[in-house]
Design a protein around this ligand. Structure first.
Ligand code: COA
Ligand code: AMP
Length: 277
């Protein structure tokens, strides 16, 4: 993939005020046409009939592209949302997020983090120590954008994830988003679960812990979901952080490790042993 010839392609589909789906790619000029078609097919697939599909194509020629290796991935075998949230909170603490901030984020996402108590259009930014909300607009939040896998890394991650039974496109896209977010200046960790009522899995991600998945962070049928970006506030310029999340182009050019599901206790014991070594 030639860096000078790359384009950011972003699709969003909506029905009235309701966001239905969104996805993005970074591709070479020669692949723009097919990628636009693929993204439109995605917007109209699975019986969806959006009122509006917006596709934006931007040349990235003068933009510096950051090349990253994906976070390592592991799944903790939690049986339900309650144990999932408790384990997620413990992982967040391992990434330097206080118990107070972790618990505030879980409460916000679980009850509707937007100013009006609904789902936000992006992520909260929270002080990793106090849990204070720092995003400029609590209805919108902040959206990470302009990231993708290189062709080679995409092929490799598909194989690695399929090898441990993870074939959902969402996992690959969330891992790319989380890898970009984890490398943001001042970022301590991210917590996410979807607002899709049929998708109960979620994750905690950070440079410290890697991408830690939980099959359950909410109950089936629950329409609440969201994201929290926890930051180390001292020395972090929030405007630069938001600028990085929204506009810096990131290509994930290699994969990390992808481990099969393990018991949470085993995961925490291994981390303690690792820290002692
Ligand atoms: N929820 C609700 N509304 C959304 C939305 C979302 N997730 N994403 C976009 N919109 C709507 C909003 O009205 C937004 O206006 P706002 O900025 O006032 O909130 C408007 O669309 C324009 O959004 P913008 O981000 O400027 O559009 P874009 O075309 O540049 O990019 C996306 C749209 C959806 C591709 C991008 O925002 C995104 O989320 N990329 C990541 C996709 C991904 O891989 N996610 C991982 C899934 S696990
Ligand atoms: P999703 O994983 O797409 O179901 O999104 C889960 C939640 O994350 C949404 O309800 C939004 O609050 C938030 N969100 C969606 N897209 C983004 C993004 N690109 N960056 C940050 N947060 C997002």
């Amino acid at each position: 993939m030639q860096e000078k010839n790359l384009y950011s392609i972003r699709m969003r589909a909506s029905s009235g005020d309701r966001h239905i789906s969104g996805a993005e790619r970074i591709v070479a000029f020669g692949n723009v046409d097919t990628t636009v078609r693929d993204l439109i097919a995605r917007a109209t697939g699975k019986g969806c009939r959006p009122d509006r599909i917006m596709v934006t194509v931007d040349h990235l020629m003068d933009t510096a592209i950051q090349r990253l290796t994906a976070l390592d991935l592991i799944t903790l075998a939690v049986p339900d949302a309650e144990s999932g949230r408790s384990a997620a909170s413990q992982v967040l603490r391992g990434a330097g997020v206080s118990a107070q901030a972790a618990s505030a984020a879980i409460k916000y996402i679980g009850t509707g983090a937007s100013a009006r108590g609904g789902t936000m259009r992006g992520a909260m930014i929270m002080d990793a120590r106090t849990g204070e909300r720092l995003e400029p607009d609590a209805e919108r939040g902040v959206r990470a954008s302009r990231f993708d896998w290189s062709d080679e890394a995409a092929e490799k991650i598909r194989c690695l994830l399929a090898g441990i039974g993870l074939t959902h496109l969402r996992t690959i896209e969330a891992l790319a988003l989380a890898t970009k977010v984890a490398h943001a200046p001042g970022m301590a960790a991210e917590l996410c679960w979807s607002d899709d009522p049929d998708y109960t899995a979620g994750y905690v991600a950070s440079l410290e812990t890697g991408y830690v998945r939980f099959p359950f962070l909410k109950e089936q049928g629950d329409e609440k979901g969201g994201r929290a970006f926890f930051i180390n506030r001292d020395g972090t310029n929030i405007d630069s952080l938001i600028e990085y999340l929204q506009t810096t182009a990131v290509l994930i050019v290699d994969t990390g490790t992808c481990k099969p599901e393990i018991d949470p206790e085993e995961f925490f014991e291994e981390r303690v042993k690792g820290q002692g070594a």
